[in-house]
Design a binder for this molecule. Structure first.
Ligand SMILES: Nc1ncnc2c1ncn2[C@@H]1O[C@H](COP(=O)(O)OP(=O)(O)OP(=O)(O)O)[C@@H](O)[C@H]1O
Ligand SMILES: [Mg+2]
Ligand SMILES: [Zn+2]
Length: 288
């Protein structure tokens, strides 16, 4: 209904969503509608949330994932099919990362064992890099370093963050534990810490991936039967063979996780016209 005075009803239509809106229009719930198209607003909100979540995943990857600098560019295709063993490693990593949500739901892991320089760390890093794009919080850690940090923390102040070195790995959505058999003359305490961590994740069905410089026969002896047994159940074990590729094959390329855009423009139909709004991000948060 139109008025012939100046008091035109404040109602507009969004050409994209075919929605009429405006303060003179009563919405489905019986309230006056807003000055903007509600569908445009909803889309803006969704876009903002998605970008915010990506920023948070990126910030975690960058600062807290533990992936070493050398392996920041590692992706599944960085693993070159240099030998039959590298071929199966490459296939296993592609298979694993092909459906990370399914791996997460099933709590499935991977056990990589073999001599030095065969791409075990490369494979773990590639998986964590991929998982960081989808989940917030996957972690790569070197087991002997974790234990050393824990012990150093006990020698420090009560609130020394290193005391949480093992604790903080418990809930990671994906955990890659490298050099799991690398603790020399592991004590009962060391075994207990490893068992506690692996068993917690096993019970909670959280994916754990491990690598060890060991033979198939040494592996259960070095990590403990009960740890080996649990890992055996949650994922395939790959025994790598061949000679070290360290210094021969090089991995390089752009960072596996590209930094998300720091700002983005969204279009909103408001008071009868398209208006552009810019959403800015700083340190992973929406900036005012
Ligand atoms: N299949 C491969 N494709 C490409 N590069 C490889 C491959 N295997 C090994 N490399 C190269 O060798 C280097 C060493 O690999 P990586 O660190 O993964 O070895 P590792 O199996 O973890 O050895 P270690 O048991 O000594 O830790 C990598 O940085 C990479 O450059
Ligand atoms: Mg390694
Ligand atoms: Zn609209």
């Amino acid at each position: 209904m139109t008025d012939d005075t100046d008091n035109q009803p404040r109602v507009w239509a969004c050409p994209e969503h075919q929605v009429e809106y405006g303060p003179d229009r009563i919405g489905e719930r019986g309230y006056r509608m807003d000055w903007h198209c509600p569908d445009c607003e909803r889309e803006r909100f969704r876009t903002e949330r998605a970008l915010q979540a990506e920023h948070l995943r990126y910030e975690h990857w960058k600062h807290s994932s533990g992936v070493p600098t050398r392996y920041r560019c590692a992706v599944p295709s960085s693993i070159q099919p240099l030998s039959p063993s590298a071929k199966s490693l490459r296939a296993a990593v592609h298979a694993y990362t092909g459906d990370l949500r399914a791996r997460y739901e099933a709590g499935s892991g991977l056990v990589l064992i073999g001599p030095p320089g065969l791409g075990k760390t490369l494979a773990l890093a590639a998986i964590i890099n991929e998982a960081c794009k989808v989940y917030r919080g996957p972690v790569y850690a070197i087991w002997p370093d974790v234990l050393a940090a824990l012990k150093a923390g006990f020698g420090g102040a009560k609130d020394d963050p290193r005391r949480e070195a093992v604790e903080r790995l418990r809930d990671a959505p994906f955990l890659a534990l490298d050099e799991i058999a690398g603790v020399r003359e592991a004590s009962d305490f060391d075994h207990g810490e490893l068992f506690g961590l692996i068993d917690f994740r096993y019970r909670e069905e959280l994916p754990t991936l491990v690598a060890a410089n060991a033979t198939a026969a040494q592996f259960p002896v070095l990590v403990g039967e009960r740890v080996a047994d649990r890992l055996q159940e949650t994922g395939p074990q790959l025994v790598l063979t061949g000679s070290s590729q360290r210094g021969k094959a090089v991995i390089d390329g752009p960072p596996a996780f590209e930094e998300p855009a720091s700002s983005m423009k969204v279009r909103i139909h408001s008071q009868g016209a398209w208006r552009e709004r810019t959403i800015n991000f700083r340190d992973g948060r929406i900036a005012a």
